[in-house]
Design a protein around this ligand. Structure first.
Ligand SMILES: *[C@@H]1O[C@H](CO)[C@@H](O)[C@H](O)[C@H]1NC(C)=O
Length: 426
């Protein structure tokens, strides 16, 4: 090895960014044609290490640019500017079924990016890197305000964008895993929407489908009544069970009028009082894969033709964006979306529906660059521990997360900011 007059330099631009912003990782001052590994390491809030890495060879100037050069091996290959984030996975020897999720959105996700000599595949922590940089990934943009909502029996968190307003609003509903998840609402506020992350199931409890719609209508009204919100520009964003709630509100509520809805991996049939009842009723359709991960998908098939067993989607009154993956192993999301489309069509409301389907994509479609988890522990209090298969292949799933987020933001921009209100009295 030859002596280097200057040590290698690693830079990340921007080193402080929103989670959905791309960064550029550049290594300079290497010898030309030098094999290096660019590695990212993150210690999660639940104290697990996640890592990703790519193998590169420096060019004739002794540089490696992760956004322009090809990775020849690692947790991702090819030209993948953001592979160091979306291919993050638990380090070898970690517990099974981990999920990476930021619970405290007031602090950034810290990612330590380092460059190592040679093409390494393991024992990164035993090596002294050539250089390293700590980068910050934020859900909350500077100036976003976070407010605990505990009024009127609610449990939620409101995020308010910086600036004088008024802003459009969004009610943000997560799925059957329960708990108060704030990260998406925080990110939506960073993009100009007053967003309320609402808890409606306590973590660990078996979710019930006998949901109290009044609770959601009250939450919607809290957003609508906020002095910084334009009252007729409030939408609903739901994922999984949150979509089921959204469909019910959009089709049935006589109290609220969402301006538009976004639903990821949604289902509109759930004729059970609880998830437990769904499982008991359909035990013969509950499958497991070779790792003993539970596959729920078939429990929702065939989709009932009897309208009394599902939400009558022909009754929706506002634009609806459906996002789903062909490899969803928890719910047959694409078949469900097609069934919804038929009902919307039969009601002569095709103009209200937009569907986006992705191949190789699972149930848990998160904001861009979130690591893909194919299976995670679900309902942590059940014994033995249940690991649910969500589905998706890492690369197409990550591409879908990036593409769908752009489409979701464009849809929300269009319906909550740009379009005149059809109901406004001129
Ligand atoms: C980043 O990781 C490298 C090892 O890969 C370590 O030497 C360095 O101290 C870490 N930096 C921080 C701020 O944790």
């Amino acid at each position: 090895t030859r002596e280097q007059a200057y040590p290698p330099i690693l830079s990340v631009y921007p080193s402080r960014a929103l989670v959905d912003e791309a960064f550029k990782v550049l290594v300079e001052n290497l010898p030309p044609g030098c094999p290096v590994t660019v590695h990212s390491l993150h210690l999660s809030e639940d104290d697990n290490y996640w890592e990703a890495y790519g193998h590169y060879i420096s060019d004739h100037r002794g540089s490696v640019s992760v956004s322009e050069d090809v990775s020849f091996g690692g947790t991702y290959t090819g030209k993948e500017p953001m592979g160091l984030l979306w291919s993050l996975r638990p380090v070898p020897g970690s517990r099974q079924g981990l999920r990476l999720r930021k619970m405290n959105v007031c602090t950034p996700m810290l990612v330590n990016i380092s460059v190592h000599c040679g093409h390494l595949v393991e024992a990164f922590r035993d090596q002294t890197p050539l250089a390293s940089v700590l980068t910050e990934r934020w859900y909350m943009a500077p100036g976003v305000k976070r407010i605990d909502i505990r009024e009127r029996g609610m449990r939620g968190t409101l995020f308010i964008p910086p600036g004088p307003g008024p802003f459009p609003g969004l009610l943000d509903l997560w799925g059957g895993g329960g708990g108060l998840l704030e990260h998406r609402a925080a990110l939506l506020a960073s993009h100009g929407f007053v967003s309320l992350a609402l808890e409606y199931l306590t973590s660990g409890e078996i979710p019930t489908a006998r949901l109290d719609y009044n609770y959601f209508e009250k939450a919607f009204n809290i957003i609508q009544d906020h002095p910084l919100v334009t009252p007729d520009r409030v939408g609903i964003f739901g994922l999984s069970l949150g979509s089921f709630v959204t469909f019910n509100l959009a089709a049935k509520s006589t109290i609220i009028n969402p301006r538009c809805c976004v639903c990821i991996s949604g289902f509109h049939c759930h004729p059970y009082r609880s998830m437990g009842e769904m499982i008991q009723t359909n035990l013969n359709k509950l499958h497991v894969d070779e790792n003993n991960y539970q596959i729920w998908r078939d429990m929702s098939l065939p989709i009932p033709s009897d309208i009394s067993k599902k939400v009558d989607m022909g009754k929706i009154k506002c634009p609806l964006l459906l996002v789903c993956g062909h490899d969803d192993q928890s719910y047959p999301a694409v078949e469900l979306a097609e069934d919804i489309a038929q009902m919307v069509h039969a009601a002569g409301k095709d103009h209200l529906l937009t569907k986006v389907f992705y191949h190789g994509t699972g149930h848990m479609i998160e904001p861009p660059y979130s690591p893909h988890f194919r299976a995670t522990t679900f309902m942590a209090k059940t014994k033995p521990k249940v690991i649910l298969l969500w589905g998706g292949q890492t690369k197409p799933h990550s591409d879908a997360q990036e593409d769908s987020w752009k489409k979701i933001l464009a849809f929300l921009q269009h319906h909550l900011y740009s379009t005149p209100n059809p109901r406004a009295k001129m």
